[in-house]
Design a protein around this ligand. Structure first.
Ligand code: PMP
Length: 286
């Protein structure tokens, strides 16, 4: 593991941030989770575009240009030397006083962690995972826009805990109007009659980079796909369901709220898309 912090690449034990950092005190910051395949940083520009857009949206000045941050990211990956791995890129408001106001934080903190990733065990990709609907709701009106991948993950953490306590792997999160938004750390898709559907970003979903990639792959494979408002009913009655995320990639869902989805095993469209995604990421060469 290697960590880029304040312009230096450090070992885990040396990489520390201040207790006065507003990322820690208030969750004031943004982050990206990015994959390394074949020693290459996968979709780095897309991740950085989302990061810089999020920074603009919360009025956070990243003290480096996008090109500089791309360079530092690749430099850290090279220093680590890993072929397959995961990057956590974090920009916080930086150190300030104990007050909530960000105006006393003169400089954002940036750190880049390059390490491994704990994927779901192989069995879940073969058999599918189970979801429960979380009691916690996603607010699309009063909250910070969900397109901002902010450090405020407490609702997601609570949803994830609820899933764990129910013996499930992920939690389905609904918005205030009862429409499905996404899961605690992944976007969601369903297949019905050979067609693919995924919730709208405006339903409160993160504009996931894997989600976009899967929509592109569906277009290439001639699978009709639509972004629309979807309810639990649409998932309970689906032929297939799967989640997408940089960490999870494409993971089949076999049960939601105790109901079997389709035949209760990964379906043909899910498997085609998972295979196409696998091929794409494995084609990344050093
Ligand atoms: N939704 C949430 C809440 C996430 O945290 C993530 C990333 N883990 C995703 C969706 C998937 O986004 P991406 O495909 O860009 O990794």
């Amino acid at each position: 593991m290697k960590i880029w912090i304040d312009g230096k690449i450090k070992e885990e034990s040396e990489a520390v941030i201040s207790v006065f950092d507003h990322g820690l005190l208030y969750g004031d910051g943004i982050f990206e989770g990015i994959r390394i395949y074949g020693g290459n940083v996968f979709k780095l520009d897309e991740h950085l575009d989302r990061l810089y857009e999020g920074a603009r949206a919360i009025s956070l000045t990243v003290p480096y240009s996008q090109e500089e941050l791309a360079f530092f990211t690749r430099e850290t990956v090279a220093a680590d030397g890993c072929d397959e791995g995961y990057i956590r890129l974090v920009v916080t408001r930086g150190c300030g006083s104990l007050g909530v106001s960000p105006v006393r934080c003169p400089k954002a903190s940036v750190f880049i962690i390059v390490g491994g990733i704990q994927l779901y065990p192989e069995e879940f990709y073969r058999k599918g995972i189970s979801l429960i609907t979380a009691s916690i709701r996603r607010s699309t009106v009063t909250n910070v826009d969900e397109r901002i991948k902010s450090l405020n993950y407490l609702p997601n953490v609570m949803a994830s805990l609820e899933a764990h306590n129910a013996g499930c792997q992920e939690a389905l999160i609904l918005n205030q109007d009862g429409f499905v938004a996404e899961c605690s750390a992944d976007n969601i898709f369903r297949v019905r009659g050979g067609r693919l559907d995924t919730p709208l970003i405006s339903s409160g979903a993160l504009d996931g980079i894997t989600r976009r990639t899967v929509l592109d792959l569906a277009a290439e494979l001639g699978i009709p796909a639509e972004e629309r408002m979807l309810t639990c009913y649409d998932f309970y009655t689906a032929d297939e369901c799967f989640l997408t995320g940089s960490g999870a990639e494409v993971v089949p869902v076999s049960r939601i709220d105790g109901r079997s989805i389709g035949k209760g095993e990964p379906g043909p469209v899910t498997l085609r898309l998972a295979e196409a995604y696998g091929k794409l990421v494995r084609s990344q060469k050093r």
